[in-house]
Write a protein that binds this ligand. Structure first.
Ligand SMILES: *Cc1c(COP(=O)(O)O)cnc(C)c1O
Length: 364
């Protein structure tokens, strides 16, 4: 058996050790005589798996006691509606920062429930930068501010957290942190709510993790479906209905793996090394080009184009023969994209960079 280097944006590569452990425990989890997939979500075995995953997440991310951790289904996309339904709290508007395709989707959905004030946008430059906070036009009466710390498609990442608690406002900060979650240290106390689809950095598809400050619970708008009410999930420890049990178990294994690797600070260091390798190559040649402004380049998703787009297919074909797959860019951006989440080994990025150098020298 040979594993390939998978640069998919999501569902994405998982740590090999995690997959091996899941394999070993597939038929008989810890002497229970059954697979995690077959367990009652209310049985003591699965309850212990869920409790361990939450405890590890709290420890790794330093989540304060007044925040709830929810394990939900419906993907990050369901959050685009759940956020306004739960957080408007009688207000009529919400602030959104528009930095790419995922921000746009969140904005479109929020418009069904409130007036959206797009406080800043980088659409004027095809979403290749983060608008500096001095240029934002926040509505001070809005219920919250929503932004996307890492735009998975455009490869644009905030290297800073918006400063809303600076005495001026108590407006909660809300973040769709799907594709950068657990890739770097995070100060949860700066946020009212953060959410992340698991399939980018922490597990399989089908699970979305929500971390929410408890004073924000219990204020849904009229007509909110029971399943879209954070308080219902919080009051029932994410077991109001059957949660995505197997993805939660795998996520738990990924969190254990993260702890063994030294936690978020250590992860961040490796991620910086990996990203620098790629960006240094992109900047050293004019054969490749990265459209994103330097300070705002993502450590997780690295988009780039070839000077001659006619070579795109050949590039992808040859990459595949080296065991490098899923490098095609998103249809809305074109070119290439290498997603290098936590589980992508440094070695994988080195192999990619070597291949890219070689390809450039053969086609210059
Ligand atoms: C992938 C992604 C989503 C959508 O996640 P689903 O689980 O498919 O709903 C939303 N936001 C960001 C930033 C993403 O990367």
């Amino acid at each position: 058996m040979e594993r390939i280097y998978n640069f998919s944006a999501g569902p994405a590569v998982l740590p090999e050790e995690v997959l091996q452990q899941a394999r070993d425990e597939m038929l008989d989890w810890h002497g229970s005589g059954m697979s995690v997939m077959e367990m009652s979500h209310r049985g003591k075995e699965f309850m212990s798996i869920a409790a361990k995953a939450e405890a590890d997440l709290r420890e790794l991310a330093g989540i304060p006691q007044n925040y709830k951790v929810l394990f939900l289904s419906g993907g990050a996309s369901a959050q685009f509606a759940m956020v306004p339904m739960n957080l408007l709290r009688g207000k009529k508007s919400a602030n959104y920062i528009n930095t790419g395709q995922w921000s746009k989707k969140a904005i479109q959905e929020a418009k069904k429930y409130c007036t959206v004030n797009v406080a800043a946008s980088s659409e004027d430059a095809n979403f290749t930068y983060v608008p500096p906070q001095e240029t934002w036009n926040l509505d001070p009466d809005a219920a919250y501010l929503h932004y996307t710390p890492n735009e998975t498609i455009g490869g644009v990442e905030f290297n800073w957290v918006p400063d809303l608690l600076n005495g001026k406002t108590d407006m909660p900060l809300v973040a769709d942190i799907s594709s950068t979650f657990m890739s770097r240290p995070l100060d949860v106390s700066r946020f009212g709510l953060i959410y992340a689809g698991a399939q980018k950095n922490v597990g399989p598809a089908g699970l979305c993790i929500v971390i929410v400050r408890d004073d924000l619970l219990g204020h849904t708008i009229a007509g909110t479906p029971t399943m879209f009410d954070y308080k219902i999930h919080a009051d029932n420890d994410s077991m109001y209905n059957t949660p995505p049990t197997y993805p939660m178990y795998i996520c738990g294994l990924v969190l254990e793996w993260l702890k063994k690797r030294g936690g978020l600070k250590a992860m961040e260091e490796t991620n910086i090394t990996k990203a620098n390798l790629l960006y240094e190559l992109l900047d050293a040649t004019d054969f490749y080009h990265c459209p994103v402004a330097k300070p705002d380049r993502s450590r997780m998703n690295v988009p780039f184009t070839l000077k001659n787009a006619a070579l795109d297919d050949e590039f992808l074909k040859q990459a595949r023969t080296r065991g490098l797959i899923q490098l095609k860019g998103h249809r809305s951006v074109g070119g290439m994209r290498a997603s290098i989440y936590n589980a992508m080994p440094l070695e994988g990025v080195k192999v990619l960079v070597e291949f890219m150098k070689e390809f450039a020298s053969h086609h210059a």
